[in-house]
Design a protein around this ligand. Structure first.
Ligand SMILES: [Zn+2]
Length: 302
């Protein structure tokens, strides 16, 4: 998808998906093609068989898109539109794309987390679990794809975008930035809650944020100190400023970000209560919990 593709000075590197960019899209709940928010629209995923999209909790390794954007991609993308296109990467080389493209529109993204990709062993990528399937397009030929796109264009809903969302969308879709390899907003996303996405520390491309304590400290402060995000809204860094202004002006946060932040709060709370209650416990209780922790780590190390 266009917005998830890593970019460099030569333009888009189609076929290479940036995990940083996927994290940004998940955090701010933006479409992977146009980089705009979803609002009340369905979130669409592309698949090559109907049973996958109709599974109880289907999981995809790409961020969802708008209907119009998915249909646009279906008719112009060489991997999607042509029955003879072959996948470019090593794992899928030589595999012919199946005969059908299924676009599935879901009401919600129910989970985003990092775990090992089925295609590349040993590499964790972000996965999107979708829920409440509401509509599908089953496309067998390029003609069908073109017709579906033309029809969707006619009834395309107008997108309501506020100024803070517009700033994010512009940053996500910026092409000329030399630094932009999918990551202009990833650090800022990390700070406003993506740090607490399950499995994020194992996802490829995230090492920098995992190893740089600044990002984690900011993430904890944004959650715990009400003034912190307001102060950061004046940051000299464009991406940080955009993310904080967006965060500070939301009435509701995207469900996924809300879940990550709840997880972050619970973790901070349990760390804090763990360190204070430790002092109040009797020596035998402390011994018991120490033994428990040792046993747990022994089990993990096996
Ligand atoms: Zn879109």
């Amino acid at each position: 998808m266009i917005a998830t593709v890593s970019r460099d000075t030569d333009g888009a590197d189609f076929g290479a998906v940036s995990e940083k960019r996927k994290l940004v899209l998940a955090t701010f709940d933006l479409c992977a093609v146009c980089g705009s928010p979803f609002g009340a629209e369905l979130r669409w995923q592309v698949a090559f068989n109907e049973s996958h999209v109709r599974a109880k909790t289907p999981v995809f390794s790409e961020a969802p898109v708008h209907e119009i954007c998915g249909l646009y991609a279906a008719q112009v993308c060489p991997f999607v539109g042509s029955p003879y296109a072959r996948f470019g990467d090593q794992q899928r080389k030589g595999l012919r794309r199946p005969e059908v493209v299924v676009l599935a529109g879901y009401r919600r993204t129910s989970d985003v987390r990092g775990f090992e990709s089925g295609l590349q062993r040993g590499t964790a990528v972000l996965h999107f679990e979708m829920n409440d399937l509401a509509a599908t397009h089953v496309l067998r030929t390029r003609d069908e794809a073109e017709q579906a796109y033309a029809h969707a264009l006619e009834c395309e809903p107008t997108l309501q975008i506020d100024p803070e969302e517009r700033t994010l969308t512009d940053l996500v879709s910026r092409w000329e930035d030399e630094e932009d390899r999918g990551g202009v907003l990833a650090g800022a996303a990390w700070m406003i809650g993506a740090a607490f996405c399950p499995g994020i520390d194992k996802v490829q491309g995230m090492k920098f944020y995992v190893e740089e304590p600044f990002y984690h400290r900011c993430a904890v402060s944004v959650l715990g100190e009400p003034r912190f995000a307001e102060d950061m809204a004046d940051s000299p860094d464009e991406a940080t400023r955009a993310a904080m202004n967006w965060l500070n002006t939301r009435v509701h946060l995207p469900a996924e970000l809300e879940r990550w932040r709840r997880r972050g709060r619970n973790r901070i709370r349990s760390i804090r209560s763990g360190s204070t209650s430790n002092g109040n416990r009797s020596p035998s209780e402390q011994k018991k919990s120490k033994r428990k922790a040792q046993n747990a780590s022994r089990r993990k190390n096996r």
